[in-house]
Design a protein around this ligand. Structure first.
Ligand code: SIN
Length: 486
């Protein structure tokens, strides 16, 4: 179908961030078109095993949550964004409960709070143990489907953002159909599946980042990619399956080849992933052992069943695990209301970079981010002036981009040269890769000539204090810059 139509707001992506942003905007009275390239069950959110971090218990406070977020982020967190996240997280959880999401509870009906790495107290709410993403997406999808203000276009791919006088004026779909909007929100998820070893579904290759960048929006922190320490190392189809950090919160241990512990299992994720990688390098083994024998499998039914399907009985044997690319801290640079540098364009969830995660995201802050910043972006986006006020010109896609399809060679090169440890020589090679996002990651990693959080340079092994709080940006035309955000 060709032609064009108008919608106040287009939301691209139907994971947790997209669904919730669409619902919040519709609640504010906006007509929303929600576009999803994949069936809903393939979003990263659907797979999310971690929960939402929120200071809910009497022993906790947003201030304490903020401190943990800042410590984990290795002096690169945008404090204003993290303050919003931590202060608004409990209200986000309450809103989701009002919308019908059933989080796990204790016997007395209070929310059950889990512990994960880098958190100084129990503050993670889950739904169905490690099935949080699935439960959330299922509930929110049902609400979106019933909402008369939201039109859903499934299995439709966005090929370009439409521009009118340097404003984002809508989206173009694969079949040429155009949706003209006052505001467009990208909620397209992450890019960790650019790496050959990943916990992410195959579609998580940064499509939204490319759309934004081609339209001239600024990207930031692309070198800051989080590696999860405990992805299943298996030779069958289950390789890369995420074994949630929450099992370590319930006592699972990481053991070396001799059966000894080698790391504090609940340290922030960058530290644990590095320790696992070093163990593997030391022994030449392809994995370390995750000892879940003392953990009640009933707490994590989908983890236990996936492991059994892979032929592993976690009650009686060690689970072989190794790091895998998991989460993009970087993305489309936004302000605290999800606004990208291109007027009319917003980004929320993993494709956005508010700076909230700094150089190392605190576990389970990402789902919280989807809801806190999804609501903030929806409130701002529905207040965008109507497009005709801006311009009567016919919106056009930007000149076509140069990125060929992602090849397995690029994915392997990214893992080899921009994995847990990098150096300038490998990154230089990568900066010639045919895929433009791979090149931009390499160029950002070259620009950050230091080691910080998830970004560890063999050739620059220390953090450079001059880069505290500094974000590496990719501007229009691909130029690399540095920015400090208030
Ligand atoms: C996990 O459950 O270990 C992953 C959750 C997250 O990425 O925060």
């Amino acid at each position: 179908m060709r032609g064009s139509e108008r919608s106040h707001l287009a939301v691209v992506g139907a994971g947790a961030a997209g669904l919730y942003t669409a619902l919040c905007a519709a609640r504010e009275g906006a007509r929303v078109t929600l576009v999803s390239a994949t069936p809903l069950a393939e979003s990263s959110s659907w797979r999310a095993q971690g929960g939402l971090a929120a200071a809910i218990s009497a022993q906790d406070s947003p201030e304490r949550h903020l401190t943990d977020t800042i410590v984990a982020g290795r002096r690169c967190v945008r404090t204003s964004a993290a303050r919003n996240l931590c202060e608004q997280a409990p209200a986000a959880v309450a809103d989701l409960e009002r919308l019908g999401v059933r989080f796990d509870t204790e016997g007395d009906g209070s929310l059950a709070l889990g512990l994960e790495g880098g958190h100084s107290t129990r503050r993670i709410v889950h739904a169905g143990g490690a099935a949080t993403g699935r439960r959330l997406v299922r509930s929110l999808t049902a609400l979106v489907g019933e909402d008369p203000w939201i039109e859903v276009l499934e299995r439709r791919r966005v090929t370009a953002l439409l521009l009118a006088h340097d404003h984002c004026a809508g989206i173009q779909l694969e079949d040429g159909h155009e949706i003209l909007t006052d505001a467009t929100v990208l909620a397209t998820g992450g890019a960790a599946a650019l790496f050959s070893r990943t916990t992410n579904p195959p579609g998580a290759t940064g499509g939204g980042l490319l759309l934004a960048s081609q339209a001239g929006a600024t990207l930031a922190d692309l070198e800051l990619v989080q590696f999860h320490p405990t992805a299943l190392a298996a030779s069958n189809g289950a390789d890369g399956f995420l074994v949630t950090e929450a099992v370590r919160g319930e006592g699972a241990l990481l053991l070396d080849a001799g059966g000894a512990r080698f790391v504090d299992e609940l340290a922030p994720r960058d530290e644990v992933a590095r320790a696992v990688a070093r163990q593997m390098a030391l022994t030449g083994a392809a994995s370390v052992g995750l000892d879940m024998r003392a953990v009640d499998p009933a707490l994590f039914p989908n983890v236990a069943s996936e492991l059994r399907r892979a032929g592993i009985d976690p009650k009686h044997e060690l689970v072989p695990v190794a790091p895998a690319a998991h989460y993009m801290m970087g993305g489309i640079a936004t302000d605290l209301h999800g606004r990208a540098s291109l007027p009319g364009l917003y980004a929320v969830g993993e494709c956005a970079c508010t700076g909230v995660h700094g150089a190392n995201r605190l576990a389970s802050n990402s789902l919280t981010e989807c809801f806190v910043f999804g609501a903030r972006a929806a409130r701002a986006a529905v207040r965008e002036p109507a497009a005709p006020v801006r311009s009567a010109a016919s919106p056009q896609p930007p000149p076509s981009a140069d990125s060929p399809p992602l090849r397995i060679e690029s994915r392997q090169a990214l893992w080899r040269y921009a994995g847990i440890e990098r150096d300038a020589e490998g990154l230089q090679q990568l900066s010639e890769d045919p895929h433009s996002l791979v090149r931009l990651i390499a160029r950002s990693a070259l620009a950050r000539a230091e080691s910080r959080g998830a970004h560890q340079r063999r050739d620059c092994p220390s953090a450079d204090p001059k880069l505290d709080g500094v974000h590496v940006t990719i501007g229009q035309d691909g130029e690399v810059g540095f920015a400090q955000w208030s």
